[in-house]
Design a protein around this ligand. Structure first.
Ligand SMILES: NC(=O)NCCC[C@H](N)C(=O)O
Length: 408
């Protein structure tokens, strides 16, 4: 084990340090008419969502994992005043505010908070009613009179898995598929550029790229092999760009498996249908099992990128590329298509592995959880009534910063 700030060479090595965001008042700025744009299907009850999230963090701590929170890392990253001012300006601009008077009012408003409270306020969004003198008398303002926010909330932030990903000793900062989630990656930019602990991190992808990639599609299968979903959220060009940077002497990775999954909301990321739970065991939505296309990106002896296509069952493809004689695909929802559909919708396949054969799961997915237990997986069950309404599970709600390397 080395002393690097980021060390993630597998999906299953003992988790030592993880990044979370406890959902905050941003959830109370959800309104039915804007849910679709903000990628929610319902409005979670904040008090219970926070209790559930605290239980998630407790399970992690009880199992020897250091938990750090996004807002604390960002606050540390902007401790110098010039950095803070630049951060505020970028945040305001990326929130879509271009008008000088409005920018000035917001600058002043943000500076009236402590660094951490300012960050929480940015996440929460700003209602038109909360800044005195906000009302502009320009034409745009008259036209948008009914819209209640100056700055939209960022309700998806508790899914820390998506705006950036840790891969080996480096990270990828993402260009997100949607405008609403793209704003989240500014926090990662400041962590990886300015935070004392993280500013030396190698970046394999940056938010300024043209093609979208999201962390739920990025799975570190082992220290040499990365899986990336080609999904509704991750564009194949982004995977090629990432491959060009990652498959170099600077990293231990020599292969990317680009797994083509259906482009639909229920399967929005690879980790909503497939997660690794042990050396040779994976959860899997039954619809994904057969006849899948996987594109293998690697370099030939001259360093030229080559892409080959594999078609067949994911089981056979994984066996081949992970050098395993046998693998066990554990079906989400067991053998019932109804239980599978319901529990996959509530992230039954989206487990967070905290050690080989040990996962955190949502209580509501009891059919899948029982199948996992029967297959010898230890399940740490967390409450899940409210958090699940955001359409993400324990893996989506966590970004590993350090995992122990597996014995080779
Ligand atoms: N990795 C994941 O699957 N994350 C869940 C993200 C849910 C969020 N409401 C979204 O649509 O982006």
């Amino acid at each position: 084990m080395n002393n690097l700030a980021i060390n993630v060479n597998s999906e299953i090595g003992k988790l030592k340090k993880v990044l979370l965001h406890r959902p905050g008042k941003e959830l109370e700025n959800l309104m039915p008419e804007y849910l679709e744009r903000l990628l929610f299907d319902d409005i979670p009850y904040l008090k219970i969502a926070q209790e559930e999230h605290d239980e998630f963090a407790n399970i992690l701590r009880k199992n020897g994992v250091e938990v750090v929170y996004l807002e604390d890392l960002v606050a540390e990253s902007i401790s110098k005043n010039d950095v803070k001012l630049q951060f505020i300006d970028e945040f305001i601009e990326e929130a879509g505010i271009k008008e000088d008077r409005e920018t000035n009012l917001l600058r002043e408003y943000f500076q009236s908070f402590s660094n951490k409270d300012m960050i929480l306020k940015m996440m929460e969004g700003i209602r038109k009613t909360e800044i005195k003198d906000y009302k502009l008398k320009n034409l745009t303002d008259y036209l948008n009179n009914d819209y209640p926010f100056i700055i939209d909330p960022m309700p998806n932030l508790y899914f820390t898995r998506d705006p950036f990903a840790t891969v080996g000793n480096g990270a990828t900062i993402h260009k997100m598929h949607t405008v609403t989630r793209n704003r989240e990656t500014l926090f990662a930019k400041y962590i990886f550029n300015c935070n004392q602990t993280y500013k030396e991190t190698k970046l394999w992808y940056d938010r300024s790229e043209d093609f979208s990639i999201e962390g739920g599609d990025v799975l570190v299968l082992n220290e040499k092999t990365l899986a990336v979903g080609i999904s509704q959220r991750t564009h194949p060009n982004a995977i090629e760009k990432l491959a060009n940077k990652l498959l170099t002497e600077d990293s231990n990775f020599d292969k990317i498996l680009a797994i083509d999954i259906p482009k639909q909301r229920t399967f929005m990321h690879l980790d909503t249908v497939f997660t690794m739970v042990d050396y040779d065991k994976f959860t899997m939505h039954p619809n994904i099992k057969n006849d899948i296309s996987v594109y293998v990106l690697e370099r030939d002896n001259n360093g030229k990128m080559i892409i080959s296509e594999e078609q067949g069952s994911l089981e056979d493809i994984l066996k081949k590329y992970l050098n395993l004689d046998k693998i066990n695909l554990i079906k989400c929802g067991g053998n019932s298509i109804i239980d599978a559909a319901r529990e996959q919708w509530n992230d039954g396949s989206n487990t967070l592995c905290i050690a080989p054969g040990e996962v955190i799961v949502y209580s509501r997915n009891y059919v899948t959880n029982q199948v996992l237990q029967e297959e010898g997986i230890k399940t740490h069950v967390m409450p899940s009534s409210e958090l699940s309404r955001g359409r993400g599970g324990p893996r989506c709600m966590s970004m590993p910063l350090i995992r122990e390397d597996l014995n080779k």
